[in-house]
Ligand binder design. Structure first.
Ligand code: MG
Length: 418
């Protein structure tokens, strides 16, 4: 683990919390499962996002690997490690709650606290799977499907980085259609584009679009739908950018195109603004990639604010927490489709989790532009014909190529050794 001054300081605190300390090293169990965590670590792989690869080492000589959402997770992991060393990794749920308690002074239930918890939790499931010889989906209660449908995130046509980003010309609807056609030819039958481009706007601070800009967005959606036909699942993302008034105008104009969803149309903080959009259109409204734990979803579900929920398994609290969120959403007849911008590690954790949830109908894939994404693991590319097979191998079932992964680390990071 890190020898940083920060880690030494928190290690001297021994990860201590006074009450509701859920550590328990005296619990009785079969000696075969008498295993102790010896180290917890995090290193950054320089992907299209800085992927946080989390490892949990044990005295059994087995290491579990998970992934936390990109961003400042390393110090949270340093904070957690002293509270986990010596603990038995089989107690995944107790340790996950303990981690949230440990981080309570750092807003334990939200933000990067939960991203760190999510990464460790995934590594614990991988570890227990390797120790028992079982795939993670089996540990979570069993699967509903042998493969998980994947949707390809396509950004904004072919024109993300060219031209005047406030011009209509930079976002030619036919360029979106060309990109969509190429992705469908690769075997995907589900895809998503960004539709919150600044085309036609001179003042984006208002959160309100001109009629011409709304019309341009409709032209983009129409061009894509006409090119790929009505069968592929098609979604568009608005990244929290618009007012209720503008979101409703866009969503209503898009109703004829049978979208799977329109994502994050309005700022994320207020369930009531989402409800006004959701109730005002037949276009399904999706949100949730930044919500954590089941409590984060409660106000959105009870308000009827969303048609589809998109927890991110690398930050919502982990695989088991994702299942709790999905169970609550199911009670409101809201399906789930996880947000995912991860390396193969987090993606495979999401595949296992999705396999165990009846209405997890599609999972994001955000790495079409990373031509070495599949080099991080041995064997065939994970995505085939727009699906990822649910592995039968122990743990996450991903054989990492450590040479490649360590070659791709951000400068100064410690290599991963399994
Ligand atoms: Mg999004």
């Amino acid at each position: 683990m890190s020898d940083s001054k920060y880690h030494k300081l928190v290690a001297e605190m021994k990860g201590g919390i006074e009450w509701r300390d859920l550590r328990d090293d005296g619990m009785s169990r079969d000696p075969e499962r008498d295993v102790e965590i010896t180290a917890v670590d995090c290193r950054v792989v320089a992907g299209n996002f800085p992927w946080n690869v989390v490892s949990v080492e044990t005295d059994a000589g087995v290491t579990g690997v998970g992934e936390a959402f990109n961003g400042p997770v390393g110090e949270h992991i340093e904070y957690l490690e002293p509270g986990l060393v010596g603990e038995n990794p089989y107690d995944v749920e107790r340790l996950t709650e303990h981690m949230t308690q440990l981080l309570s002074g750092l807003a334990g239930g939200v933000g990067y606290s939960q991203a760190a918890v999510s990464g460790v939790e995934a590594a614990l499931w991988d570890l227990v799977g390797k120790l028992t010889g079982l795939p993670v989906y089996q540990l979570l209660g069993g699967k509903y499907r042998d493969e998980v449908r994947i949707y390809c995130d396509c950004h904004a046509g072919e024109h993300l980085d060219v031209g005047d980003r406030k011009s209509f010309e930079a976002y030619d609807p036919e360029a979106y259609a060309d990109a969509a056609e190429a992705v469908v030819e690769e075997g995907f039958d589900a895809l998503k584009f960004d539709l919150d481009v600044a085309a036609g706007e001179t003042d984006t601070a208002t959160r309100r679009l001109s009629n011409a800009a709304v019309e341009h967005k409709v032209d983009v959606v129409e061009a894509v739908r006409e090119r790929i036909g009505n069968d592929p699942l098609l979604a568009f993302d608005l990244h929290w950018n618009f007012s209720v008034e503008t979101a409703l105008r866009v969503a209503r104009e898009l109703e004829p195109y049978d979208l799977a969803w329109l994502e994050d149309p309005v700022p994320p903080e207020n369930p009531d603004t989402h409800r006004r959009v959701t109730e005002g259109t037949s276009t399904p409204i999706l949100a949730g990639e930044n919500l954590t734990r089941v409590e984060g979803f409660v106000p959105f579900l009870t308000a009827g604010a969303i048609d589809v929920a998109a927890p991110d398994i690398q930050k919502c609290g982990g695989l088991a927490e994702f299942r709790r969120i999905a169970a609550l959403a199911d009670a409101f007849d809201v399906p789930v489709t996880p947000h995912n911008v991860a390396s193969p590690i987090g993606t495979m954790a999401s595949v296992h989790a999705c396999a165990t949830v009846p209405d997890a109908f599609v999972l994001e894939y955000h790495a079409r532009d990373v031509d070495w994404w599949d080099d991080l693991h041995a064997g065939d590319p994970l995505v085939e014909d727009g699906r990822i097979r649910v592995p039968e191998q122990p743990g996450l079932g991903l054989e990492l190529d450590l040479d490649e992964l360590n070659d791709r680390l951000a400068p100064g990071e410690e290599p991963l050794d399994l």
